[in-house]
Design a protein. Sequence first.
Length: 344
Amino acid sequence: MVKDSSETGWAWYPMAWRWWTIAQVICAILGVFDNGVVIVIIFQRVKKNRSTDTLIGALAIADLLTSVFLFPLPWAKHVPATILGRMYCKLLYPGFALWLCITASTYLLNAICIERYIAVVYPLYFNRVFTKAKVSIAVAFVWLLAFAQCVYTFFVYIYDDEIENCNSLINTDVGRVVHAYYAFSIRLAIPVLIMVITQILIIRSLHVQSKRFQGMRGDVETNYPPSFHITARNNVIKMMLIVVCVYVITWTPNQIAYLLFNLGYISTSYRGSPLHRSLTVFAFLNSCANPIIYTSRHTEFRQALASLFTCSKPEIASLFAIKDKAKESPVAAETKTENIPQSA
């Protein structure tokens, strides 16, 4: 059955509510809700936000928009040869808005990894580099970069007068291979490489700092607990490491399968198969996973969440940056004067 309209020339396939479509809707609803909560909590503290808060807030906005565009739409069987029809072929047909938001989300996660790397390895330069203005510029640049990498859809997806529908100029063997390598590079290979390198360097630097700190503690022969700053900083870094791992786990199977499919190593029956749908939905889970990680791994976020849902007055302070603690151990206070790197 096809819904037709003689006035507009549009005709649509009916929505098929299979399990993967329902799962996609669930991901979309969950993503809109939990990322919306993150945005509200961070907005409550907008005057106290530090660079990490701003970047995580921007990541939540990108994931919320991703979730909005995850809501499934019916496919057009017939598209009219009008400006609206041609715009449909360049925007909605290839899912331009969805992939723009996914790409921006990926690069914002990269930005957070780089920000944490500089905070740990180059703490003396951190506050000069990551001012509010510069972080806002960085977020705008990420969106501009994401747009630049997705704008090719405007040129390769066209209205085909012969079939009176949308078509793609990359529906050739060479076109599919080029697009496969391009998509794999910008969505997985390059972002994951940046994430892995920064996390390894962070872990290495923390290991060196920990050995130095333990050596100083040994010199004064005391059993005071570690500095609050070090503990809090490490907790944020561990949380972001989990966020990176979840991204890699959810997106890698989908992108590798897409690459192998376009290179001819996977049968053409893969496209639209239950396996293809499963890997796609699994990748989309990433858009709603981060707030769950914040809730399970970050005490301050849980407290802010409780304040939001109990309508109590929240603590107006930075959520993910390291806050000062009045009661620190004497050893921890002493080590601050010994050039022990402290991150924001």
